[in-house]
Design a protein around this ligand. Structure first.
Ligand code: PLP
Length: 377
């Protein structure tokens, strides 16, 4: 098989081998339905309980505040659409650089909700002042107001001031949700310190399996059930639990949290090496995002280049990178995030995203730099 250098860890990550090992018993022998009362289902039921506790511990939550979902998209949709409103009206304030799981969920409820979109600065940061400006014009006692701002951006890696934004939202009586899909397992996340009401997560972004995630819902948050059926997840999100994936997610997350410091150190070393080689080559590029970024997220815009062309030429060399978010890969237009940070067209069109992870090695980074320099010179 052709050698592959995988440098698209913001799109998805390789399943952690320990997570895979932990999943196998629930796919093979211990396949009982966790809701059944007989003893054969005791093991999967215990695994479900333990996994919930393990995940809760990683983010400082209580186990009953973790609700398993099919991933980030579902968690985001639920958070955006699910607040209980006695008056049947809802206001959602979000930012212009959110993932489409948030932006399109907002679009979907446009006819029954008041949607407000916050701007960002050139680094992709949302400010407390812009949030205050919107909130002070709303009556948060008349109908619920939800503020949803992502913890870290999937395209440019910018980490948002979630603690401050959440404090402002609460000062005005609004609820606060954060899409932590890119952040969890890559930076420290403590829901008590951040004081968020809801938080979305997706296992495949932190070396867990695909198609599984969770929504943290702080106890007391008036969230309506999202999927009706057999009353699993305390009636909030029905459907037979995907035990193997839940177990795999919990192991992957606890491992990433345990080795966070070591992983970050390694990834930052790789990142510096790549950037140094590119800078020394004399290529004309800018790096996007703020200085407070997710480790390994390297969004670069090359002057007078075509990001799509770079992606395909790198692909021919067996190197996987992205031009923007994974979900945008069929869309050749400049992404909404790159537009929002105001890059001039000559740079914007030459944007690529390299996202390094804990499994990348220095030799791979050297090849990436080498090939990029060859393509662009
Ligand atoms: N939110 C962000 C910030 C993401 O990067 C992604 C995936 O790229 C999602 C949500 C969607 O997550 P999932 O792939 O688990 O549906």
């Amino acid at each position: 098989m052709k050698r592959i250098i995988y440098a698209d860890n913001a799109a998805t990550t390789r399943l952690d081998p320990e997570a895979l090992d932990a999943m196998i018993p629930y796919l093979k022998d211990s396949y009982g339905n966790a809701s059944q009362p007989y003893s054969f289902s005791r093991e999967p039921r215990n695994a479900l309980k333990l996994s919930r506790e393990r995940i809760a511990e990683c983010i400082g939550a209580m186990p009953e505040e973790i609700i398993f979902t099919s991933g980030g998209t579902e968690s985001d949709n639920w958070a955006i659409k699910g607040l209980n409103s006695k008056t049947n009206s809802l206001t959602v304030i979000t930012s212009c650089v959110e993932h489409h799981a948030v932006l399109n969920a907002c679009k979907d409820i446009e006819n029954r909700a008041n949607i407000k979109i916050l701007p960002v600065n050139e680094y992709g940061e949302v400010s407390c002042e812009s949030l205050k400006k919107v909130l002070c014009e709303l009556d948060t006692t008349a109908s619920p107001v939800l503020v949803s701002v992502m913890m870290a951006n999937n395209e440019i890696g910018t980490i948002q001031p979630i603690k401050d934004l959440s404090r402002v939202a609460h000062e005005y009586g609004a609820y606060f949700h954060t899409d932590a899909v890119q952040a969890l397992g890559h930076i420290g996340v403590d829901v008590n310190d951040l004081d968020v009401d809801m938080l979305s997560a997706s296992a495949h972004k932190f070396n867990g399996p695909k198609g599984i995630g969770f929504l943290y819902v702080k106890s007391g948050t008036p969230l309506l059930p999202f999927i009706n059926g057999g009353s699993q997840e305390r009636g909030m999100r029905s459907g037979t639990e995907n035990i193997a994936s839940i177990v795999g997610m919990s192991i992957a997350l606890s491992k990433n949290v345990e080795y966070l410091e070591a992983n970050t150190k390694k990834i930052e070393f790789l990142e510096k090496s790549l950037l140094r080689q590119l800078r020394e080559s004399g290529l004309d590029f800018v790096r996007n995002g703020s200085n407070n970024r997710i480790p390994g997220n390297i969004s670069l815009s090359f002057n007078e280049c075509d990001g799509e062309m770079i992606l395909h030429r790198m692909d021919l060399k067996g190197i996987c990178i992205s031009t923007g978010s994974a979900c945008d890969s069929v869309n050749t237009q400049v992404s909404h995030v790159i537009k929002a940070i105001g890059l001039t067209n000559s740079y914007a069109e030459g944007t690529i995203r390299i996202s390094l992870g804990k499994n990348n090695e220095p030799e791979e980074v050297d090849v990436i730099a080498d090939e990029l320099i060859k393509i662009l010179s």
